[in-house]
Design a protein around this ligand. Structure first.
Ligand SMILES: CC(C)(COP(=O)([O-])OP(=O)([O-])OC[C@H]1O[C@@H](n2cnc3c(N)ncnc32)[C@H](O)[C@@H]1OP(=O)([O-])[O-])[C@@H](O)C(=O)NCCC(=O)NCCSC(=O)C[C@@](C)(O)CC(=O)[O-]
Ligand SMILES: NC(=O)C1=CN([C@@H]2O[C@H](COP(=O)(O)OP(=O)(O)OC[C@H]3O[C@@H](n4cnc5c(N)ncnc54)[C@H](OP(=O)(O)O)[C@@H]3O)[C@@H](O)[C@H]2O)C=CC1
Length: 624
């Protein structure tokens, strides 16, 4: 052991050996190495120091609060300008010591006690400790940045995120839709954990655009996101409303029952609450031999009463019969070809059965329920509008058919090199706009419903006569609508009933435009009774998807007996469509009866005007 110890070199021996090696170097070599190492170290240190400083210059105290509220509390920031000057002084002192050493190296290295060399070594160690300390600050600071913001201050985040989120523009899109031309506020991309902050503090960040209003759900649970947004929204509103009220939204309910977790990503964005609508329940209504009750959400007093009266008359008469005569939701992409002749080629190609089969396979690869039923191409010069008709099971099917249509276009682009997609929806679909195509060719469910009501029931329940009803219907709904140049509006108020049922059952209310297409026909039978029918070619409804999964809307579907998917796909949505048509017929019956008997105004004064709040406020004594 002692022998072994005796052969092992001590630190002093190693130092001596190192000094001997240095001693053997020529002076230029020695100076060169020392100067190069020193300059390199200084450059690195200065670079690191300044990056820290830049970071701070670009970062306000509020940003730091946003990035890591717990670690860097507001108002307790390091004094970065003092660090900066200490840093410069340290570097100058370090360079001075190195130069001094280099200039007198041979003297210091041969000094007998080596004491001066030790002094230099100690001094440099102190500098190194300081510089390592500086590195440490830098590393910690970078860690904070990396943890807390994906879009760090070293990389412009706005452009990065913008390109990621924007979809590819259509080839024919104008220059202004170039994704690069979109400007996204850089401040909105901070993605720190803001859960630790109080609601008021987060609302403050929303107001100063440090956190985007519509991204709150990504960073907080959906219920808290709504609460925070309401705080911010009240403040925003106070700046634009004339009386600067700060609590406008307080009367808009946000609690207790709406499930915002379901709403987010499915039904609505920038949610600040919900609007309660009264729901009336019409019925019993006998339809296809079955008794149904129909929930209707409306604020138009008299509407539910009217539909209820019609339902009563229909049920008293033995009930209504309804049939689905066509079923297919549509999407019509607009594509542009190189020439009108190529457009004609495309139309012919799509109409070949084997080619349609290819389109069908492509479409159906995107859905387990959807079936492509037809493709109707319409040519307009170089443009082709491919009206794709899809069976959508129990879904209304707009997302489904849009997804499938995209797959069809991608296939066609492989077949026709000149084909350019102008718009996935080319308006010949036609969604949410009045159009002859829906009236003539149908969209969604096409339904016809009829009933016979005895003259006695017409007299007792509807308070009019069969002849008066038929007369009113002919001159109002048929001739009157014809004179108005109506498109699908040969009815009295189909949209009233359609919209109220749509709102109650979670349908897309904007589709009331085409879903209300309806022609109401009335005749007097040989027995003197009333025959009535409503033909509605484009009722767009679903019992899965969209708003149908929200609790309240699902409850209304359950009340009708058609919640969710049916035993066979499409069973429930078809039932809902027939209920919409039959309830519409009930509404038609009652309103036409009121018009025939001229009791419309009287009815609305009773049911629509009774509790005018303003009037009760100003003359409550007389009102009593
Ligand atoms: C208001 C009624 C029904 C009264 O009608 P009535 O015959 O005087 O009422 P009744 O007390 O004799 O009751 C008859 C049945 O009506 C129902 N009924 C009666 N009252 C209620 C009630 N409160 N709540 C629920 N159901 C009610 C109910 O079924 C009742 O039977 P019961 O159950 O009592 O055995 C009738 O006058 C009526 O239907 N008027 C037509 C009003 C209407 O249809 N308005 C629709 C909106 S108008 C509009 O927006 C569109 C428009 C007009 O601009 C379109 C156009 O250009 O034509
Ligand atoms: N994209 C657009 O252009 C438009 C969208 N909308 C909105 O689209 C929504 C409605 O679209 P929609 O496609 O109906 O609904 P969803 O987007 O909610 O999707 C419904 C999906 O549910 C699945 N599904 C499960 N069970 C059934 C069943 N029994 N029958 C049918 N499908 C079932 C299907 O999936 P899978 O296909 O995978 O089998 C179907 O595609 C509404 O919110 C509406 O407001 C409205 C107009 C235009």
């Amino acid at each position: 052991m002692a022998a072994a110890m005796g052969t092992m070199p001590t630190i002093g021996m190693r130092l001596d050996a190192m000094i001997d090696q240095i001693d053997n170097l020529s002076s230029p070599q020695l100076y060169g190495i020392i100067v190069a190492a020193t300059v390199g170290l200084c450059v690195v240190l200065l670079g690191t120091g300044s990056s820290n400083l830049d970071l701070q210059h670009n970062t306000t105290a509020k940003d730091n609060l946003l990035k890591k509220p717990a670690a860097v509390p507001k108002g307790r920031q390091p004094k970065w300008h003092i660090f900066k000057w200490i840093n410069y002084l340290a570097v100058v002192a370090f360079l001075w010591s190195v130069c001094t050493f280099c200039l007198n190296a041979s003297h210091y290295l041969h000094h007998e006690s080596q004491g001066v060399l030790v002094q230099f070594l100690v001094g440099w160690s102190v500098f190194l400790l300081y510089f390592f300390g500086f590195f440490g600050v830098s590393f910690i600071h970078e860690d904070i940045s990396n943890d807390e913001t994906t879009a760090s201050s070293r990389q412009p985040s706005s452009s990065k995120n913008a390109t990621k989120q924007l979809h590819k523009a259509a080839p024919s899109a104008p220059v202004c839709s170039d994704p690069a031309s979109f400007k996204v506020a850089a401040s909105s991309h901070a993605s720190t954990d803001i859960k630790e902050l109080a609601d008021e503090e987060i609302a403050e960040l929303v107001l100063s655009n440090k956190v985007k209003d519509h991204e709150l759900e990504k960073r907080l649970d959906p219920f808290r996101a709504v609460a925070v947004r309401r705080l911010a929204a009240n403040r925003k509103l106070s700046t634009v409303l004339p009386d600067n009220k700060t609590n406008v939204l307080d009367k808009l309910p946000a609690t207790p029952s709406l499930d915002y977790a379901r709403v987010h990503g499915a039904n609505c964005e920038i949610v600040v609450g919900y609007v309660p609508l009264p729901v009336g329940l019409v019925g019993p209504l006998t339809l296809n031999g079955e008794t149904v009750y129909v929930p209707m959400a409306t604020t138009e007093g008299c509407l539910v009463a009217s539909t209820n009266r019609g339902a009563k008359a229909i049920t008293q008469g033995g009930g209504a019969q309804a049939r689905i005569i066509r079923d297919g939701i549509t999407r019509a992409p607009c594509v542009r070809m190189g020439s009108a002749m190529e457009a004609a080629d495309l139309k012919m190609w799509c109409e070949e059965p084997e080619n349609f089969d290819m389109l069908k396979r492509a479409f159906e690869s995107t859905t387990s329920f959807g079936k492509l039923l037809a493709c109707h191409p319409t040519v307009a010069g170089k443009n082709v509008y491919l009206r794709l008709v899809c069976f959508s099971g129990d879904a209304m099917g707009m997302n489904m058919v849009s997804k499938g249509s995209l797959a069809v276009i991608e296939l066609l682009q492989k077949e026709f090199s000149s084909l350019q997609l102008v718009a996935l929806s080319g308006n010949m679909c036609t969604d949410k706009k009045a159009a002859a195509t829906n009236w003539l060719q149908g969209r969604g469910k096409s339904v016809v419903v009829e009933a016979v009501i005895s003259k006695e029931i017409v007299l007792t329940t509807l308070k009019t006569t069969v002849a008066a009803l038929v007369h009113t219907n002919t001159h109002k709904n048929l001739i009157g609508s014809a004179m108005a140049g109506s498109l699908g509006g040969f009815n009295a108020h189909a949209s009233n009933i359609v919209t109220a049922i749509f709102l109650a059952t979670g349908q897309d209310p904007a589709q009331n435009v085409e879903s209300s297409n309806c022609i109401t026909l009335m005749e007097e039978t040989e027995e003197g009774d009333l025959w009535i029918s409503c033909t509605m070619p484009s009722i767009e409804v679903g019992t899965v998807g969209g708003g149908t999964s929200l609790e309240a809307q699902a409850a209304c579907l359950e009340a009708i007996g058609c919640k969710g998917g049916g035993n066979t796909p499409g069973e429930n949505s078809k039932k809902l469509a027939t209920v919409v048509a039959a309830a519409t017929m009930a509404g038609e019956l009652s309103l036409l009866a009121a018009l025939a008997a001229n009791t419309l105004v009287q009815a609305h004064m009773t049911h629509n005007r009774k509790s005018n709040v303003t009037r009760t406020n100003i003359c409550d004594e007389s009102f009593k």
